[in-house]
Design a protein around this ligand. Structure first.
Ligand SMILES: [Zn+2]
Ligand SMILES: [Zn+2]
Length: 302
């Protein structure tokens, strides 16, 4: 089968269905899509609420709870205690299938009846305001996160400890406002860093210790704005920026933004990706337009 260009029925733009895609649709016995990949992604995202949390009543025990479903929803939402209890018997909502009526109309009727879990949170201990989380301890307001301790207001953090306001971390400890950082300790205001320690305002650095306001450095120590200093000089200069004060942080943010303006940036966060397009991928093969994908093969628009 050859590649085919189709017209999206929603946004009216053309999109291409590759020969491989036709083979896949045939294999799983579904019709080829009538919507383009972007419109399909939008539909999937409409269905997923990760972080808008609402106060409402549990439709079983009537207690005040926090839920991803707002109180005006037409279907019931149960608190985690009720939802995991023997009170929930989904078979109770069983209904006859009428072959003369559309399947999805009937599926919708069933879907409206069956209680939805208020939050998806499993084995979290001493935690609140959590969704899509598991095995966390003493955390508050985490989304899409597991195996963390003492963390507040973070998104997609794993195996991390003592974090505030962080985004996409794995094995990071005692850090503040970092994004896409891995195996780091005591860093702040940093992005795309690995194995860094006691540093702040780093962008795309690896194995750096005691560095401030640096970009694209590998295995460095006592650098400020990518310039080498002695330990004493570094400590003295660090003190002069007054980063223990809000005004010092704000002033440094501006200086760092100006410093990195003309520095080269990595085109994408991709490592060991064969015949693949997308971003944030490690050890992948034949991935087309995939994001945050690890150890994966033969995937498209994921
Ligand atoms: Zn479209
Ligand atoms: Zn309840």
């Amino acid at each position: 089968m050859e590649a085919e260009t189709r017209h999206c029925q929603n946004c009216k733009n053309d999109f291409v269905i590759e020969p491989d895609d036709f083979g896949f649709y045939e294999k799983i016995n579904v019709l080829p899509p009538r919507l383009c990949p972007d419109c399909r992604a939008q539909l999937r995202l409409c269905f997923r609420n990760e972080k808008c949390l609402y106060k409402r009543k549990c439709d079983n025990c009537q207690k005040e709870i926090i839920s991803i479903f707002s109180p005006n929803k037409t279907y019931p939402s149960w608190c985690p205690d009720c939802w995991w209890s023997d009170d929930l018997d989904s078979k109770k909502y069983g209904q006859d299938y009428d072959p003369k009526r559309p399947f999805f109309e009937q599926f919708r009727e069933l879907w409206e009846q069956v209680p939805k879990p208020a939050l998806v949170s499993t084995r979290d201990v001493d935690c609140s305001y959590m969704n899509l989380t598991a095995d966390n301890r003493n955390c508050y307001k985490l989304i899409e996160s597991s195996n963390n301790e003492n963390c507040i207001n973070c998104y997609w953090i794993q195996l991390s400890k003592d974090l505030v306001d962080c985004f996409f971390t794995n094995k990071v400890e005692f850090s503040y406002e970092v994004d896409d950082c891995y195996d780091c300790h005591s860093i702040s205001y940093s992005k795309s860093c690995y194995n860094c320690l006691d540093s702040a305002f780093l962008l795309d650095c690896r194995g750096c210790t005691s560095c401030l306001g640096c970009i694209n450095l590998r295995g460095q120590k006592y650098n400020i704005f990518n310039k080498q200093y002695s330990k004493d000089e570094y400590e003295e200069k660090l003190k002069s920026y007054k980063l223990d004060k809000h005004s010092g942080i704000e002033a440094f943010k501006k200086e760092f933004a100006h410093f990195i303006k003309d520095k080269p940036r990595k085109f994408a966060e991709i490592t060991n990706a064969v015949n693949s397009t997308g971003n944030y991928m490690t050890n992948v093969k034949n991935n087309r337009q995939c994001f945050h994908s690890y150890d994966a093969e033969d995937n498209t628009y994921c």
